[in-house]
Write a protein that binds this ligand. Structure first.
Ligand SMILES: [Zn+2]
Length: 186
């Protein structure tokens, strides 16, 4: 099984906006306004609304972790508060601590399951940030030494090594396993 050292490639032919070493939005159709008819996609996911794809991997205490539908890399996930807020300053101290714990858990699970060589972690806040969803979410993008570069993606020339549904299964199993392990549950 791929442990994250293989070449990752696009799983579907799609124009992408890539900015190396930054959290990027690569969902041009979405950005053009082709989106489900819900007020907020991440609120809809929180409520299990059938109008949106449910890629949730793990839920705890008013938070969920979901696979990014348009991943930059394998196991690109987002940590999301179930309540709608748009800026990290809106989080209470308790919520900020919960976010920190969800982040630590996620890094532990991703390291164990995918063996990445690094991570990009961040929020997009505000209109000019590149955020396509205003509901606060922390992006966690694992980085791999062998990942494809900008031109590989543009040329769409590689073979698929992991389809997102496979990633979803692996991560759901990995988080379920983590729940039994006090060492990585934070
Ligand atoms: Zn929302």
């Amino acid at each position: 099984m791929c442990r994250g050292h293989g070449v990752w490639v696009l799983w579907k032919r799609r124009a992408m906006k890539i900015s190396k070493n930054h959290i990027v939005r690569n969902k041009l159709a979405y950005a053009r306004g082709e989106r489900p008819a819900v007020d907020c996609i991440l609120c809809a996911v929180a409520l299990d609304d059938p109008l949106v794809d449910n890629l949730v991997i793990f839920r705890r205490d008013g938070w969920y972790i979901t696979l990014n539908l348009y991943p930059y890399n394998p196991a690109h996930v987002m940590i999301v508060p179930e309540r709608h807020c748009t800026d990290p300053r809106e989080l209470s101290e308790e919520e900020a601590l919960q976010m920190h714990r969800m982040q630590a858990l996620t890094l532990n699970v991703l390291e164990r399951e995918y063996r990445p060589d690094g991570f990009n972690i961040g929020y997009n806040v505000g209109r000019s940030s590149g955020a396509s969803i205003d509901h606060l979410h922390l992006q966690i993008v694992p980085r791999y030494p062998s990942e494809v570069g900008f031109f590989d993606i543009l040329s769409d020339s590689r073979v698929i090594v992991e389809e997102p549904r496979t990633t979803l299964k692996r991560l759901r199993a990995a988080f379920a396993e983590a729940e039994k392990d006090a060492k990585i549950m934070t």
